[in-house]
Design a protein around this ligand. Structure first.
Ligand code: SAM
Length: 332
């Protein structure tokens, strides 16, 4: 949870430059970070379904298309450096004559990115508070930073990924460990919860011809767009949604997942626990969950409570692979 709405404090202290007209808000946006800026014409852009839903229900305008231009832009720094650089370039391109305001926590690398920005452009002002910093510079002076724009890249196996998606550099080793445990004779409808750029789904569909439908559920729209190009199979269905609340009318035979173990800021198992409970609700009686997780995360009690049978299929020092079977005769 963000303790300080730093932008509000900076504005109250008359430090921020005048931000008249439409302001694009990009990056790791949270309602709390926008506190006190309600009189500004904020246009949020988020690729997260969960963040978009929260922002919209708090009354903010959110666009997903990412092609509007703005007078000014605010970038809330994401943790992944390549994504941060990409967003800064994107902001400069979209508000070419305005101010770019960059805000981030120390833990997100604000100090190092500000140093990099300062090599190309004069930082006109800054405000430090709450273990983080806000700086601002003129987009017109920062045209060199347009080179930070990143295009989707190809990784091992011919897959396409983009900055900021999970495991953008290549196949995640935990997901690779899950693949040999997914039976080739899997059939019926399957859900890939938190499908990312589609690695598990692509492999599964090419190995298991009897699967009739595979639902890829993912929060990050950029990742889901990558998955659309990585999983070109008529049985695939793509859902930009929150895995914790997404549902289907008919329960499915199998769920596969490598659940997220971070919220925006913290490593914590609660999101993974939510994924396990969501998987249990999606499954038919006797249906199976195949899941890989980091070895140190304590998922066993949740699995034992939500399923009738839990097997560890493989364990290494880093990861563990589970197969959990849904109760037979369970009423959803
Ligand atoms: C550990 S990654 C696994 C990605 C992919 N299955 C793979 O094996 O490469 C977890 C994924 O869950 C997604 N995610 C996080 N929270 C989510 C939510 N509430 N609903 C849907 N997806 C979510 C993340 O964006 C990320 O892509």
């Amino acid at each position: 949870m963000w303790k300080h709405a730093r932008l509000e404090l900076a504005r109250d202290a008359n430090l921020l430059p005048p931000l008249d007209g439409a302001i694009g808000v990009l990056g790791q946006i949270a309602v709390e970070r926008l506190r006190g800026l309600d009189d500004l014409q904020l246009q949020c852009e988020s690729n997260s379904f969960v963040a978009t839903t929260a922002l919209r229900s708090a009354g903010y305008k959110v666009v997903v298309e990412q092609d509007a231009s703005f007078e000014h832009a605010v970038v809330f720094l994401p943790r992944a450096k390549a994504e941060a650089q990409h967003l800064i370039a994107h902001a400069i391109e979209r508000a070419p004559n305005g101010w770019i305001v960059l805000d981030g926590q120390k833990t997100d690398g604000i100090e190092s990115i500000v140093k990099q920005v300062a090599r190309s452009v004069a930082i006109e002002g800054s405000f430090s508070k709450g273990h983080g910093k806000t700086v601002w510079f003129r987009a017109a002076d920062a045209q060199d930073l347009l080179a930070w724009r990143a295009e989707p890249t190809d990784v091992d196996g011919g897959f396409s990924t983009a900055p900021g998606v999970f495991s953008a550099d290549g196949i995640d080793p935990a997901s690779a460990m899950l693949i040999p445990h997914l039976p080739d004779d899997m059939r019926g409808a399957v859900v890939d919860l938190g499908a990312g750029w589609g690695f598990l789904s692509a492999k599964l569909l090419s190995n298991a011809p009897k699967i009739s439908r595979l639902h890829l559920v993912e929060d990050n729209k950029t990742a889901l767009d990558c998955a659309r190009s990585n999983v070109q199979d008529a049985r695939a269905e793509f859902h930009w949604a929150d895995a914790l609340s997404w549902n289907l009318r008919e329960p499915v035979h199998t769920v596969i997942m490598n659940p997220p173990f971070h919220t925006a800021r913290n490593a914590e198992p609660s999101l993974g626990i939510g994924f396990i409970n969501a998987a249990a609700k999606l499954l038919k009686p006797g249906g199976k969950l195949y899941m890989v997780a980091n070895a140190h995360l304590p998922y066993e009690p949740t699995l034992e409570a939500a399923f009738s049978k839990v097997d560890v299929l493989e364990r290494s020092t880093r990861f563990k692979v589970f197969c959990a079977e849904q109760r037979r005769g369970k009423v959803r």
